[in-house]
Design a protein. Sequence first.
Length: 192
Amino acid sequence: MAKIAKELKEAICQMPQKEKDKILLRLIAKDQMLIARLEHDLFGDENETKALAEEIKEDIDNMTSFNHGTPGWLMMAMRTENGAITKHVKITKDKTGEIELTLYLLSQTFKRQESFLTKYAYRADKFGGYVCKRTDFVLKKILKLHPDLQFDYKNEVEFILGFLHTSPATLEDATLQDIPTHWEDFLEKYGK
């Protein structure tokens, strides 16, 4: 973002309100993400945030039920869904939703694509690295929550960690990236 000179800031503040509003509206119109965020802030509510999260879950369900051919194509589909999660968080500021949707993306992919990933494990090197990084990301987010809230994610985290350390498609990367093997290991590793 460009830095505005002090003199320019002062001159802008001295402009008539009507003129500032016109400039502001012109600038906002150039940023679609900002428009979506403002619409949500001004007109949205918690129900809309939940509805948007449910739409992403439906997209994840559709993505994970499809045969992608190779782990590389599956990884690209996961990246698309992760982009939707990121956009959702930027618009709604839904930090809990970010954790829940990322865990859902990982767990549903592992559950629905398990046999596929075992079959193509020899071609899954980039896939393994990607899902391990996403797992590390979400584990760090969970740790920022209150301990009572962290516990709500225990079962899903246990499943994901178990998959990473038993699937031939992810085992090597999980070991290299030092991903914890169990919930207690996660709390010990990241809790310090």
